[in-house]
Design a binder for this molecule. Sequence first.
Ligand code: GAR
Length: 187
Amino acid sequence: MVEKTKACVLISGNGTNLGSLIKNSRNYNFPIKIELVISNNENARGIKLAKKYSIPYKFISSSSIKSFERNTLFEIKKRKIKFLCLAGFMKVLSKNFINSFGYKIINIHPSLLPKYKGLNTHKRVLKNNEKYSGCTVHYVTSRLDSGKIISQKKIKIKKNETEKSLEKRILTQEHKLYSKSIISLFK
Ligand code: GAR
């Protein structure tokens, strides 16, 4: 049995990545234990998952990013959290927050970074007739979807691919890549 690092997952939406992290983290040799879920969206579907698996969760408004960061730091320090995962969390964190936390913060993004940072990635990828897309796990910096790349999974775009089909196929890959990347960081 490994000694698990206490982790917090930040979400804003559906939380399917959160769901796969929760499931995998229940494996006895997975390196992190999710001790807290923080959502900046009161109606995020991911909150239901935290409830279902009895993981403490908090809604923290991000209408002021400063107060979001202050409250988040308070909650994670209180619980001795030493690892942060962003999973569909749609805000950029400040340098001050990242430095004050002082431990690793990672994110997953549905493109082959550094290409297609930001929103509407699948739409832009298809519009540009890209042959490939995929997903990336990377360290978080105060610049949007930047930071050192930890791992990527590339998939081939099919004929007649739609935004929806691409989103679905990439999400399936995200769920695998996120956990694999976390395991690799603790080896
Ligand atoms: C995922 O595709 C994730 O990569 C993306 O939001 C989706 C969240 O899905 N994140 C970003 O675009 C961050 N820049 P989920 O809530 O079902 O995990």
